[in-house]
Structures are given as C-alpha cells and as structure tokens.
Design a binder for this molecule. Sequence first.
Ligand SMILES: [Zn+2]
Length: 110
Amino acid sequence: MATIRARCADCGDVELTTADVQVRICSDTNAGTYGFMCPTCQGMVVKSAEPRTLDLLVASGVACSMWSLPAELGERHEGEPICHDDLLDFHDLLNDEYKLSMALADLADR
Ligand SMILES: [Zn+2]
C-alpha cells in the first residue's frame, strides 16, 4: 500500500496510506477534492486539487467517488425570491391548522 504525505492545517505534514484518503469528483464540473482524517488531531481535512493530482491518487489505489450537482440548480424559478416576511408568514401558517389545511387543499387543487 502506497504512503501518501499530506498536510493538515493544524498538525503540518502527516503520512497516510491509500486507504486513509478519499477522492471525490463532481461529474458536472470535473472539480475534485481529496480528504482524510488527520491521524494526529482526528480532524477532517478536505482539499481541492488539480485533476492530475487526483488521477495520481486514484492510480495509486485511493478510492474515488463521483457526485453530481443537485438537479434543483437547473430548475427555472419564477417570481421574487422569498424574504424574511414570507418565512414569518409560513411559520404562522404552520401553527394554524385550519389555515394550513386550506393552503394544502389549495395546492392539491392546482
Ligand atoms: Zn491534524
């Protein structure tokens, strides 16, 4: 198993094995990170890296997982963004069972 030297912001250089490191790559942007739990302070360390570095880590045996951006980012939104008053109205609505049931019935009718 290969030894990997990485840097923890608090502890400095630490030595890890390939099993201690994980690579994560976004399938939409190809941006990637590697992460590990620091063996000294037990803190999680996550750093972005160039594709070449990530390729080297994966080639040496580091596990790689892909993730994708949430589909909600591609949704088209209409109307004004919600504001603080909207949240207060929603909070009041949640505390009024009659108004809440009427609002849910209105949504079901659409
Ligand atoms: Zn550390």
